[in-house]
Design a protein. Structure first.
Length: 155
């Protein structure tokens, strides 16, 4: 796993840096003809989990990028709770992934582009843990473009 030190820098720059790494995970999904969504979990400036969509390869509708990253992070830190960690994900989480984030008690979720049809925000659902902070729109255009291009090729 990688270590990064962001002392004395702008928190927005930190979010952009880590979102670029989540985008790299989404690119991995794209090369495998999976829906290009990527996620990483960061704790104390250390990447503790990574994931990208594996729903086609695993034939599993629950194999979303966030779920892969949560599992990876839990294995790395040796526990199921992700307090003090941030989930970076290229697309707004769905209801399932937002619900899973509740159970992990992740401290922050930073997403790239909105998911108007299937994102949890559009469902008016209060699914996040009360202490979880939410930030959206980080590299939104880049994140959305991956999805748009992927689905344009499918049509």
């Amino acid at each position: 796993m990688s270590f990064y030190n962001f002392e004395n820098t702008n928190p927005d720059e930190e979010d952009i840096h880590y979102m670029k790494l989540a985008l790299a995970e989404a690119e991995k999904a794209l090369t495998e003809d999976e829906i290009p969504i990527g996620a990483i979990v960061v704790c104390k400036n250390r990447i503790v989990g990574r994931g990208y969509n594996l729903t086609e390869r695993l034939n599993d509708v629950t194999a979303h990028a966030e779920m892969q990253a949560f599992t990876s992070a839990s294995q790395t830190i040796g526990g199921k709770y992700l307090m003090g960690c941030t989930l970076y994900v290229t697309i707004e989480p769905c209801v399932m992934c937002a619900g899973a984030s509740y159970w992990t008690q992740v401290s922050r979720i930073v997403y790239g582009a909105r998911e108007e049809k299937r994102g949890f925000i559009s469902k008016n659902a209060n699914l996040l843990h009360p202490k979880t902070e939410l930030k959206g729109g980080v590299l939104a255009e880049e994140c959305a473009l991956l999805m748009k291009n992927f689905f344009a090729k499918k049509r």
